[in-house]
Design a protein around this ligand. Sequence first.
Ligand code: ADP
Length: 475
Amino acid sequence: MSLTHAPRPLRSVLIANRGEIACRVMRTARRLGLRTIAVYSDADANALHVREADEAVRLGPAPARESYLDIDKVIAAAQRSGADAIHPGYGFLSENADFVAACEAASIIFVGPPASAIAAMGDKASAKTRMFKAGVPLVPGYHDEAQEDELLREKAGKIGYPVLLKASAGGGGKGMRVVESDREFQAALDGCRRESRAAFGDERMLIEKYLTQPRHVEVQVFCDSQGNGVYLFERDCSVQRRHQKVLEEAPAPNLPPALRQQMGDAAVRAAQEIGYVGAGTVEFLLDAASEPVSNTETREAAPFYFMEMNTRLQVEHPVTEMITGEDLVEWQLRVAAGLPLPKAQEELTLTGHAIEARLYAEDPDNDFLPATGTLERFGLDLKAGDLAPDRVRLDSGVEAGDDISMHYDPMLAKLIVHGEDRGQALAEMDRALAALDISGVTTNRRFLQRLVTHPDFIAARLDTRFIEHHHDELF
Ligand code: ADP
């Protein structure tokens, strides 16, 4: 069905982002026959996303707050170029309720949820209150309004150490601290509050039981404006560094089908509770034993707990696309045009296994310091890696000859592979990483290779402290 005959005709879309995600969104928009409009800062005047768009509008100087984060400038660019819709990508303005309201005021379609749904999930404490009401399981903890130091300390003692202090307004792993004992509590609280005040201008805290070996398993949900909601299975993103994802895979290894369904249902319930529309991700902690379970059919359901909902398309959405064969950006654009979800739950199937590795311009041997320079070579040699083109994907926002600057996130690209099973996908990823043809800028490729060939990763002995626990073997 054409998007021009949709209830809210869509002929053009402005992508309020840069890098790989801007390019990725444009690829689908183009395929659907939409006119694509890029925006850029001075640092990105010659960037790939600008070169690939039908039209490009300058926002301002390099700093994000004067360009990609400037709501007025983005709206003005959309108006000037006559864009019907704005796709925010991830990061920047994608989860900014004020930006959604500004789009509404300017009669521009925001490709994403309503402002009210973003606001409902934007604050971790109020999100947990809503989720509790919807019957979604929560990590044991405290997330009420009263914030006196002594009260929080008392709550932490009741929850039982170790606990995790989290900034209610937090995100991106900031404003979070593990507290091992009552003795450390006050200092940790002061530190967390300071950090949160500086990063978010807010010092409200919540406390959670700190799970020592959880897995991070998140469910991809999708809702349309007719009230339908589905889940497109889950991703395991347990391999993290400083609470930031490094490898992601779908489906989650050794997840019993009954548990998959339970988590999927809970995620759809979470989304519907807040009147969600579009693509969203409900993140859970899975408190599973670290030993892999061979007989997945008979395993007792392990407990899973709601952590937060990300109200946008995730960086790691391609692994879901690989195992479902669906194009999530197409789904987003259709839903934004007022069309119903393309498929019902029972029409969605899961095939094979997909893994994504995030390729960063950074130096793992130098505390992951971001690297800069000119990319002399950049590409993937399919032949050298013995890789089938339909089973591997390199989503990137750069090309050979590009300058990698310090201004933005140092992620260069995402490498995604799809195999018949996890073993095959892992072997493909190993070959694909070796077949990356990069020079000129230091990357984390070697680190990624060590990760995907680590015996414990191959055996799916996953938990969120995987990198920390295997530090000596990975560096
Ligand atoms: P942010 O919004 O800053 O990303 P999250 O609440 O999503 O913070 O948590 C980020 C990561 O921190 C999770 O993926 C997980 O690895 C870890 N984490 C969060 N809550 C807990 C918890 N209660 N116990 C153990 N680890 C946790």
